[in-house]
Write a protein that binds this ligand. Structure first.
Ligand SMILES: Cc1cc2nc3c(=O)[nH]c(=O)nc-3n(C[C@H](O)[C@H](O)[C@H](O)COP(=O)(O)OP(=O)(O)OC[C@H]3O[C@@H](n4cnc5c(N)ncnc54)[C@H](O)[C@@H]3O)c2cc1C
Length: 223
């Protein structure tokens, strides 16, 4: 709702199969017919908007690349987005592990065998994913592709959910209090967990990521 322009992937040829016939245009959001409606998400804030377009006319000069070449462009921009998300994902997961250790001490459960095992398992996964990410960068540096990076967005977003779920488990009954003025740590664990649900959707859902890995990385047939 704060943007003045947006990229849109629009169908420009309805007579060709679905991936063909899509073009990228830049749309000025103050054009007549554009209706921007903020969306309040699970965490309570409105950071996104749904945008409705009614008979909006976009000048040809706003076309990005060639007409009907939008699918190729979006594959490139999505790969770029997913390729970089893992760095933020691993760093966020590492911060989550550090906070879990602190929380376990504060709540007097740092000697609890179940808590220790769960924290250690998650910490090991964060280390392994960081190493896998670096391996991908090393492949890039040598001019090769890095198929392992396809896995990173999926893995880090799901791992962060598990980390914040464990934080809520350690909090016990306190997890049910959502009001930040009275909740433990200002409801930080509850908010982080709710936000982590969004990261398995944005930039391609976990299910779609699994499809991409199965067909494009592992070469499995489509069902
Ligand atoms: C934090 C966040 C940021 C976002 N940022 C942007 C942005 O900047 N730009 C933008 O354009 N969009 C953005 N989105 C939208 C996001 O890309 C879509 O929400 C997402 O791609 C899922 O599409 P959808 O909501 O239409 O769900 P649908 O595609 O309707 O999917 C619904 C359910 O069906 C499953 N599903 C769908 N297709 C398949 C399939 N082929 N195989 C298996 N399962 C399938 C999905 O996994 C999901 O569980 C953002 C979303 C979030 C949460």
């Amino acid at each position: 709702m704060v943007a003045s322009k947006c990229f849109c992937y629009v169908r420009t040829d309805p007579d060709v199969p679905k991936h063909k016939g899509i073009s990228v245009v830049i749309i000025d959001l103050d054009l007549p017919g554009v209706d921007v409606r903020p969306l309040r998400h699970l965490g309570g804030r409105a950071e996104f908007a749904e945008v409705f377009f009614t008979d909006v006319v976009v000048p040809r000069a706003n076309l990005v690349g060639a007409l009907n070449d939008g699918w190729r462009i979006t594959m490139g921009s999505l790969a770029h987005e997913r390729g970089a998300l893992w760095v933020e994902g691993v760093m966020g997961a590492q911060r989550g592990i550090d906070d879990l250790v602190r929380l376990a001490h504060e709540r007097g459960v740092s000697t609890d065998r179940v808590v220790r095992r769960r924290v250690a398992e998650l910490a090991a996964q964060v280390r392994a994913l960081r190493a896998l990410g670096y391996k991908g960068f090393a492949s890039f540096a040598q001019g090769s592709s890095a198929p392992e990076h396809s896995f990173m967005k999926l893995a880090t977003s799901e791992l962060r959910q598990e980390i914040f779920e464990l934080g809520l488990d350690i909090q016990g009954a306190d997890r049910a209090v959502l009001d930040p003025t009275v909740a433990a740590e200002g409801a930080r664990w509850q908010k982080s967990w709710m936000t982590s649900l969004a990261s398995t959707i944005g930039g391609g859902t976990s299910e779609v990521q699994r499809n991409v890995i199965a067909t494009r990385v592992l070469g499995l047939p489509r069902d």
